[in-house]
Ligand binder design. Structure first.
Ligand code: SF4
Length: 343
């Protein structure tokens, strides 16, 4: 497997903008390639790169706010492409593409997915270029294949761990979803958000995994956390400080609804929502965080309920005597603000 950063795009940006200092942020899996790139940029153009040492999990982790603080001229956010290519005043999104092939795993999928005639295809940034070839191959095996349309933030067939707005609208037109790539994180999210059987096509091991069991386990945990939080009297409502996921409006709506229903609320803000950061707030019995929903859906290490936005909606419904329904089945679990901070 080789993940290649779109170096040509980086060079083009540098030649056009002629920066002296650039800020670079990238997910942990790309650190080596990013450092190599920084060296090449230094050698070729004499440009100094500063790598952000903060966590970078998704497209929400752009570092536009930091550019001025570091007296840099622009920022490169690597590895999370989208329909938007520029963010805020300084940031350029740069793709990283995985050159792994899917032909063998598609052969396996054609056998495993035989009971499902109508398939929805989805993937994440690194494999987007494989959607077309895989679609063709599956169609040649007799499947009807749909790929979700692009929208203001996402490219055709693309999903993030919190945004399924390409795939969700086609869920009633397909019998199952196939997620290209070795990412239980994305596959479980897709299964939960669409409520459809979802299979992960792993091109490294050439395995096809049915995600229903893993998704059901997360769904049950999410529901249990909501019911546990219902009994809490003191809530912490946490707003994330990452620039692509600042949900102040949602935080204040949730805080108001809880207070209207007799709960005490302490509002907090933090960059990374972790067990260590929440631990000192001993008087708080349950948290609601409007940052990354996967902190709640996949976070197994918290000692008190920590609810995401869809879970908070379910909690408010429960407290107010309404049925929460299948609250994870929705197009987006958070309205990422990254697409809104355009130049
Ligand atoms: S908020 Fe969305 S894009 Fe950001 S890390 Fe979480 S799942 Fe990924």
């Amino acid at each position: 497997m080789t993940v290649r950063i779109d170096e040509a795009k980086v060079f083009k940006i540098i030649e056009e903008k002629r920066p002296k200092v650039i800020l670079v942020n990238a997910p942990g899996g790309l650190l080596r390639q990013t450092k190599d790139l920084m060296e090449r940029v230094k050698e070729k153009y004499g440009v100094t790169s500063i790598m952000s040492g903060d966590s970078c999990f998704g497209i929400c982790d752009t570092a536009d706010d930091e550019v001025e603080k570091l007296q840099a001229d622009l920022a490169l956010h690597l590895g999370h492409n989208a329909a938007v290519t520029e963010v805020g005043d300084y940031t350029y999104l740069v793709d990283a593409v995985d050159d792994v092939e899917f032909s063998e795993v598609v052969d396996v999928a054609a056998r495993v997915l035989a009971p499902y005639k109508r398939l929805g295809l989805a993937t994440f940034s690194q494999h987007l270029h494989q959607l077309g070839p895989v679609k063709e191959k599956l169609e040649s095996r007799g499947f009807q294949v749909r790929v979700g349309k692009k929208n203001g933030l996402m490219l055709e067939g693309q999903i993030f761990g919190c945004d399924f707005s390409t795939s969700y609208p086609i869920r009633d037109d397909v019998d199952a979803f196939a997620l290209l790539g070795e990412s239980e994180f994305h596959a479980v999210g897709l299964a939960l958000a669409t409520g459809k059987p979802t299979f992960m096509l792993d091109p490294y091991m050439n395995e096809v995994t049915d995600m229903r069991e893993a998704a059901e386990e997360r769904r049950k945990r999410a529901i249990l956390a909501v019911y546990k939080a219902r009994d809490a009297r003191v809530f912490g409502v946490v707003t994330g400080l990452k620039e692509g996921q600042k949900m102040l409006g949602r935080s204040s709506w949730i805080a108001k609804r809880l207070e209207m229903n007799g709960r005490k609320v302490v509002q907090l803000a933090m960059r990374d929502v972790t067990p260590e950061r929440l631990a000192p707030h001993r008087e708080i019995e349950a948290f609601i965080q409007t940052a990354c929903p996967r902190i709640s859906v996949d976070g197994f290490t918290f000692d008190r309920p920590v609810l995401s936005i869809p879970q908070a909606d379910a909690l408010v419904a429960l407290i107010e005597g309404r049925e929460p329904g299948e609250f994870l089945e929705r197009s987006k679990w958070i309205e990422l603000t990254v697409g809104l901070i355009k130049r």
